[in-house]
Design a protein around this ligand. Sequence first.
Ligand code: ZN
Ligand code: ZN
Length: 651
Amino acid sequence: MKAEVLLPKVFNFPFTYNSNNISLKTGDFVEIPFGKSQEIGVIWKNKNIELNKNIKIKNISKKIEGYSLDQKLINFVEWFSAYNMVPVGLVLKMVIGNKDNLIKKKFNEGFRKIKKKERKYKLNNEQKGALAFLELVNNKFDVSVLQGTTGSGKTLVYFDRIKKIINKNKQALVLLPEIFLTNEFKSRFEEFFGFEPAIWHSKITPKNKRIIWKGIIENKIKLIVGARSALLLPFKNLGVIIVDEEHDTSYKQDEGVIYNARDMAISRASFEKIPIHLVTSIPSIETYNNIQKKKYRHIKISKRYNNYPLPRTQIVNLNVNKIKDKFISDETISYVNNFLKKKEQVLFFINRRGYAPYLVCKKCGFKQTCSNCSMYLTFHKTKNKAICHHCSLERKIKSKCKKEGECDYIMYGPGVEKIFDEVKKIFPKNKVEIFSSDYTNKKNQTISLFKKIKNNSIDILIGTQMISKGFNFPKLNCVVVVDADFSGRGYDLRTTEKNIQLYHQLSGRAGRFSSDSLVIYQTLTPKDLTLNELIKNKTEELLKNELILRKKNYLPPFVRLIAIIISSNQYDLSIKGAKEIKIQLKKIDNIEVLGPVDSPLLKIKKKFRSRLLIRFNSDALVQKKITKLLNCLKISSKIKLTVDVDPVNFS
Ligand SMILES: [Zn+2]
Ligand SMILES: [Zn+2]
């Protein structure tokens, strides 16, 4: 008997082996000789491939007992591969992870289940209604959206939902957009469920991965909280998937295997024939569109959990009394003082790491740019270096001036460190700390900073985008957006959508436990329409307008896009390669091929990048045709192709 074996490697097809009289079925794990080594593979569907009689077929060495993959998961793996244009073997690799997961013997490795005392939570009437709504559909595929302002207690609603499902001996998966969120989440989780959650993301230890992987495939672990990759775990009896913060663009993986974990979670739910709940305070534009089209069910919680009102908002016009290189206005200072007097916390938000985003020599005009990327270097004061935020190149800022001596730099623009300096000068008696990825690389640093914030031993926090996500600081009642800019510069069709989400999230950090809280938007464009609708909390209007614009400009969700990025060490080769590929792509019916254009960031990590954009309007899986065509092309080894289905980032 012949058997087709798929290897967890970069192949788009299975290999044929002799079954060696072992009884095998699709999904079984086997050990096989491959090249010079023994590998692990999975028995894949028989596709009746014509065999070349001259090739000697090897025997399967043995079957790995105790585990197998379900047909549902196999179907999902094939769909994932076809949709995202990724070799099916690579998707299988994401399912299996390290092969030690399968072959390492168990030494009483079990998942620690610390029993804690469950705290009883009581849902308010709105939450109860939302829970009942989610519970309407079971045991079949159904997408529903649980929407609620920050602080409305959405988490408790879906926790309750999960509890009932795992009590029926089924498994549940909760996806979160960021790994660092999970620490905050963990304690709330333990209080509710009375046990420690199994947390899955790329940075947990191989041993923990092994324990969790086995627990999942043996149906012993009932509940996983994880980042993107948890979506491909080999669940045996999945009952529900929750995608928390579904609007978060971190669900899009931009490197390696490129995919959108939220969208793939919906596909997985459909293959598993189970319900999936998308949880958000403002839905993404795609989700909003699907709610409008009644493809997704939708329930909204409008009150905050403890009935505290949303923060007041105030626009501060930065054009008035602007002092050079000062970023915090007198008007803002007086608002902030009111909160500091009450011993309440204030957050200054600036979405730029480092001290200043541009360094220009005032004598010769020399600008510090990255030698690998088409990017300005950002000056980081603590390191006293200029750093590229794309490739992390670090450079000393001393350089020989074309005029005489060394260059003498002006530091243009604000970064989080510059705002920190300015705030310390304005409020010398207050405790000020920075919250930015450069300062919170280590887990302990983050935890100790959180403790200080919760103990109220910090008065003022200066933070980047990291801070906008999901944190719960009881004494934080005033947020200052240092530079509220809706001008939409950038290379991203989602700039407006991202800003709506960002500022909404941010304002949700304030006034969780207070009836008097304030969000201040400092801006050079106080009349901006988006900003003004945002502060009136007219997010629904904003999404509606954005949809109209998208439709008018032939953008998703009204069309589908696939980006092809052609990169090379030489600019000529990337653009030439792109042109050749375009000629080939044009043979496919009913697609439009735009470009090639230079990427807005032409050079990243020493590679020049040209982009093609494929636009089409059908629900059919055009990807299959494109993959087939690309696989047949003879592509020079000097250029590299990257395919990004449903691109989010256009840099
Ligand atoms: Zn760089
Ligand atoms: Zn100079």
